[in-house]
Design a protein around this ligand. Structure first.
Ligand code: HEC
Length: 185
C-alpha cells in the first residue's frame, strides 16, 4: 500500500502535470473584437476626414489606394492576418471563399431581434479565425446604398474606378461583410 506522503507526492506531480499541459487559453474572440473595433474606427476616421476635405471625389480614390493596405498593415501590427471580406465586393480581392460564404450566410440568418449579428470562431490545427460582422450604417449609404442614395457624381467616380462594383443597393442594418481575424495558435 502507498504511504500517506507518497500519495501526497503523487498528487502534486499529477496537479502540476495538469497545470503545465493546460496553459491559460487566449481569449481569441475578445482580441478579435478589440482589433476590429480599432481598425473600423481608424478606417472611418480617415474616410470622414477625406469626405470633409473633398467629398466622395476625394474619399473614393483615397479608399481605393489605402483601404486594403491599411487593413493588411494594421493586422501585421497586431500579429494577425486581418481582412475585410464580402459576398458583394467592390474590390475583387475581398471576395469570400466558398466556406466563408457559408459562414457569412449563417451569421446573416442569425441576426437577433435587436439587429445584432453574432461573431463566429473557427479553429483548425494551427489557426484560429474569428469572423466579426460589418454592418451598414447611415453614413455608408452615399457609397453603398441604393441608386437614390448615391449622387450622380459619386456614381460616375464609382463606375470609373470599379466597373464591376457589386457593393451597392444596401440598406441600414444589412450585413455588408465580415472582418476575418486569423491567429496563429
Ligand atoms: C466615400 C465612399 C465610401 C463610404 C462612405 C463607405 N465606403 Fe466602403 N468602400 C468604398 C470603396 C471605394 C471601397 C473599395 C476599397 C478598395 O478598393 O479596397 C469600399 C470597400 C468596403 C468594404 C470591403 C469589401 C469590398 O466591397 O471591397 C467594406 C466591408 C466596406 N467598404 C464597408 C463600408 C461600411 C460599413 C461603410 C460605412 C461605415 C462604408 N464602407 C462607407 C467606399 C466607401
Amino acid at each position: 500500500m502507498f504511504q500517506h506522503w507518497q500519495i501526497k507526492i503523487l498528487l502534486i506531480i499529477l496537479l502540476s502535470f495538469i497545470v503545465v499541459c493546460h496553459p491559460a487559453q487566449k481569449d481569441y474572440e475578445a482580441l478579435a473584437i478589440a482589433i476590429t473595433t480599432e481598425a473600423k474606427s481608424n478606417l472611418q476616421q480617415k474616410l470622414m476626414a477625406k469626405m470633409k476635405e473633398g467629398g466622395t471625389a476625394l474619399a473614393l480614390p483615397f479608399c481605393k489606394e489605402n483601404a486594403l493596405g491599411f487593413t493588411n498593415t494594421f493586422g501585421n501590427e497586431h500579429s494577425v492576418r486581418l481582412r475585410r471580406l464580402t459576398n458583394k465586393p467592390r474590390n475583387e480581392l475581398n471576395w469570400l471563399t466558398k466556406e466563408e460564404t457559408d459562414i457569412f450566410l449563417e451569421i446573416q440568418k442569425e441576426k437577433s431581434k435587436e439587429g445584432v449579428y453574432p461573431n463566429r470562431m473557427i479553429s483548425s490545427n494551427n489557426l484560429v479565425t474569428v469572423y466579426v460582422p460589418i454592418v451598414i450604417m447611415g453614413q455608408c449609404l452615399q457609397c453603398h446604398g441604393k441608386t437614390s442614395d448615391i449622387s450622380k457624381e459619386t456614381s460616375a467616380i464609382l463606375a470609373k474606378h470599379y466597373p464591376n462594383d457589386k457593393a451597392i443597393g444596401y440598406e441600414v442594418g444589412e450585413l455588408r461583410g465580415l472582418f476575418s481575424v486569423e491567429f496563429l495558435k
